[in-house]
Design a protein around this ligand. Structure first.
Ligand SMILES: *Cc1c(COP(=O)(O)O)cnc(C)c1O
Length: 361
């Protein structure tokens, strides 16, 4: 049966009082200030998608045998709603999130949520929680996700799922300008193998990355860089951001998508914006050895990571067990800064939307 009705909106009978909400929007820390509502749609093998609603954000009741708690059948997305310069609220390329969510579902043997239903759920939640979008540099971070909710310990794709979207108010990722981050090269822990789930946005990939991320923090680094799982030579990506390298002749290099890297929407946008500037963008394997030697001889002048949460984060130092090397002079490089400005201005409707990337809510 096809999903017939629109999302029912059942307003939260006891929302956070306006003064308390306003206070929590002053300087929200990431992932802690949640809105009053959530969008929920159920799926089962008999009726398909059904019972879609936006309602008060409350805990789920899960059976202890709930499949996701045992076999990790779970996928998610990360996207933002921005208050544009005009006062309108916009989403940045949300159709791409809907498409990627469907691809992730396919890889994890989960039912695909139709793209228009994904967008409808996200938009309805944003409309309902408009008051939670901070002014200025902040935004509303949206977290669509889906998990296997069937109570069954047998190992097979579940036949019940819950799709949900929650939202949280977030401030700017970098307060007071983008400061270069330090990254740690993991020499033994890998994130994704050929044939695995590296290209799907699933919670399991993150679980697998946490030990390396903890090692990075222990080494005084902000993020971990994963190398390929086969040869341990090639740069893949960070735990949750894609990587770019800027050469002194203006060439921009980024590792190719080949199943072990998450196809970031920010990555795709950066490639487009760099090509718009007339730059050559190469999607090609880039080794740690090449990164180190080109940083040393000056042919590599900038490196940055990108993703929805941080937009573009410059990399200032690369550390590993066999030594460290610096990128640039301790501040954001000129191309990184220009792309970052352009991207964040596009997301807020300050630059003209020449690629049709914004969707008004
Ligand atoms: C989400 C994610 C990214 C960035 O994707 P965007 O669409 O740009 O936010 C990069 N790498 C991993 C592993 C991710 O999960």
């Amino acid at each position: 049966m096809a999903f017939q009705s629109r999302m029912k909106v059942r307003p939260n009978p006891s929302p956070v009082p306006a003064d308390k909400r306003q206070a929590s929007l002053e300087s929200p820390s990431f992932g802690k200030v949640f809105t009053d509502h959530m969008a929920v749609i159920h799926w089962n093998a008999v009726v398909g998608w059904h019972d879609g609603s936006v309602r008060a954000r409350t805990p789920f009741q899960l059976d202890p045998a709930c499949a996701v708690l045992h076999y990790a059948q779970e996928i998610f997305e990360g996207m933002k709603a921005y208050k544009a310069a005009s006062g309108e609220v916009v989403l940045f390329r949300p159709q791409e999130n809907a498409r990627r969510f469907a691809r992730s579902a396919q890889r994890m043997a989960m039912p695909e949520l139709p793209e228009d239903l994904f967008l409808h759920a996200v938009q309805t939640l944003v409309e309902t929680d408009l008051a939670w979008i901070p002014d200025g540099d902040g935004s509303l971070y949206l977290r669509p996700f889906m998990f296997a909710s069937e109570a069954f310990l047998g190992v097979r794709p579940a036949d019940e799922y819950i799709f949900c979207v929650i939202a949280c108010s977030v401030g700017p990722y970098f307060k007071g300008g983008a400061k270069p981050i330090k990254v740690w090269i993991s020499d033994s822990l890998t994130r994704a193998a050929p044939g695995g789930t590296g290209a799907a946005k699933c919670g399991g990939n993150y679980a697998a990355s946490l030990l390396a991320q903890a090692e990075a923090s222990h080494e005084g680094c902000d993020q971990v860089v994963f190398l390929d799982a086969v040869e341990n030579l090639w740069i893949e990506e960070l735990g949750g951001m894609n990587l770019f390298f800027v050469m002194d002749d203006g060439t921009v290099v980024t590792p190719p998508l080949g199943g072990t890297i998450l196809p970031g929407i920010t990555r795709d946008s950066v490639i487009t914006l760099a090509r718009d500037r007339g730059l050559v963008v190469e999607e090609r394997p880039f080794s740690l050895a090449e990164w180190k030697s080109t940083a040393a001889n000056g042919t590599l002048c900038e490196a940055f990571a990108c993703g929805t949460a941080a937009a573009i984060a410059p990399i200032g130092e690369v550390r590993s067990k066999v030594g460290s090397f610096a990128i640039g002079r301790g501040e954001i490089g000129p191309l990184t800064a220009a792309l970052r400005n352009e991207l964040t201005n596009l997301q807020r409707g300050i630059e003209p939307d020449r690629h049709g990337w914004l969707l008004k809510v």
